[in-house]
Design a protein around this ligand. Structure first.
Ligand code: NAI
Ligand code: MG
Length: 367
């Protein structure tokens, strides 16, 4: 089968790192290993420059029809003055909303060669491979009421509301349990049921889903604050962590720093199974932004983008073995001492974006 992949490179270093994914896709095709039907589209500032919107309806329709969307990054100072509704980020927000991507997957993997550059002791992070599943479309970032009221006595009152319905917790729990089954079969759910009603319901619903459908997976509950402490103290105790939008935002950023540079971090956002394509709606993107400070210099690290494609292989295309090989190729290139400028360290070879991409393909070839 050929899979339909929509490539939205975006702005800044987006096209540079996407170029390395295109190189890899071309090589996989030429070798007869895997074939993708790729289409490209504009998003963010690039789309604004061409069409005065941050994503066109036509591109949105292609995203809905694709088996997966690969997204680079959007934004940059050039578009600071554009109207709020069509700012570059609006393109990404529309994709997330229209594809209903409610599950954000952020792996924290520490390649052995980079253990020394973590903010933690090497033995704490070496070989680390955990996955944080963050609920992305509900909770306190979206709940109503959401207001600032003038109380009239020189005081104002700000209100944000955390709202979660059973179905929202059930579907994110299922994504997390399914992932755990494909990994080390362990799920840790984090909330604050000691002080929040939404935490009480979260705990109750995750427990029910476990009892009904996933008894074979080991489930553990932690309060999100002490969970955060454990994440930094001994992260290897975790396999998959599932948590709400707010806690997940913070915990995934903390986990990111366990493993080094922004240029190394991939992500996936998943939605429901599409009734026509029978595939789970999905968008894959590096965690980093468009890095205007280094754009156009060929200095960007393409690994986050390549690893995001690796997540697509694993979660959208059922090519887990190929994804494993890609991870091994990345690890091997790093072990040989190749580093893009963001990872620069004493005595190692600094390479460009395309040299890093080439080296990964060459390693794959050798595997
Ligand atoms: P950023 O992630 O673009 O850059 C932060 C720092 O990390 C910069 O020094 C940059 O050079 C470096 N960096 C990032 N990715 C790198 C890579 N692959 N290789 C080497 N170095 C890398 O975040 P920043 O500077 O806050 O935002 C820049 C622009 O990107 C803004 O317009 C922002 O709105 C946008 N942005 C877009 C995101 C997206 O498209 N999902 C996410 C975050 C920011
Ligand atoms: Mg964040």
């Amino acid at each position: 089968a050929t899979y339909k992949l929509l490539l939205l490179a975006g702005d800044g270093i987006g096209p540079e790192v996407m170029g390395e994914v295109k190189r890899l896709i071309g090589w996989l095709d030429a070798q007869g290993i895997a074939r993708f039907e790729t289409e490209e589209g504009l998003v963010g500032g690039a789309s604004y420059d061409a069409d005065k919107v941050s994503i066109t309806d036509a591109t949105m329709a292609k995203a809905l029809a694709a088996d997966a969307v690969l997204f680079g990054a959007v934004g940059g100072p050039k578009w600071d003055p554009v109207p709020y509704e069509v700012r570059p980020e609006a393109g990404l927000l529309r994709l997330r909303k229209d594809l209903a991507l409610y599950a954000n997957l952020r792996p924290a993997i520490c390649y052995p060669a980079l253990a020394e550059s973590s903010s933690l002791k090497p033995e704490v992070v070496e070989g680390l491979d955990i996955m944080i599943v963050r609920e992305l479309t509900g909770g306190v970032y979206f709940g109503e009421p959401k207001t600032i009221t003038d109380l009239g006595n020189g005081q104002k009152r700000a209100v944000d509301t955390q709202v979660y319905d059973t179905y929202e917790i059930e579907r994110i729990a299922r994504v997390a349990f399914d992932l755990a089954r494909k990994r080390r079969n362990k799920l840790t759910s984090m909330e604050k049921r000691n002080v929040m009603k939404s935490g009480v319901l979260w705990h109750e619903v995750v427990t029910q889903v476990h009892q009904r459908e996933y008894k074979d997976v080991a489930l553990e509950h932690q309060l999100a604050d002490s969970g955060g402490m454990q994440l930094v103290r001994w992260p290897k105790q975790f396999d998959v962590i599932v948590t709400d939008n707010l806690f997940g935002d913070m915990l995934s950023d903390i986990a990111a720093m366990l493993t080094g540079s922004l240029g190394m971090l991939p992500s996936a956002s998943l939605g429901d199974i599409d009734p026509t394509t029978k595939k789970r709606r999905a968008l894959y993107e590096p965690v980093h932004g468009s890095a205007p400070d280094i754009a156009g210099q060929g200095a960007a690290n393409p690994i986050a983008m390549l690893a995001s494609f690796g997540m697509a292989l694993r979660y959208s295309f059922d090519m887990g073995e190929l994804a494993d090989k890609l991870d091994a190729a990345i690890a091997a290139v790093l072990a040989k001492g190749l580093r893009t400028a963001d990872l620069k360290s004493e005595g190692l070879t600094v390479v460009s974006t395309s040299q890093m991409g080439e080296a990964v393909v060459k390693e794959l070839q050798a595997l």
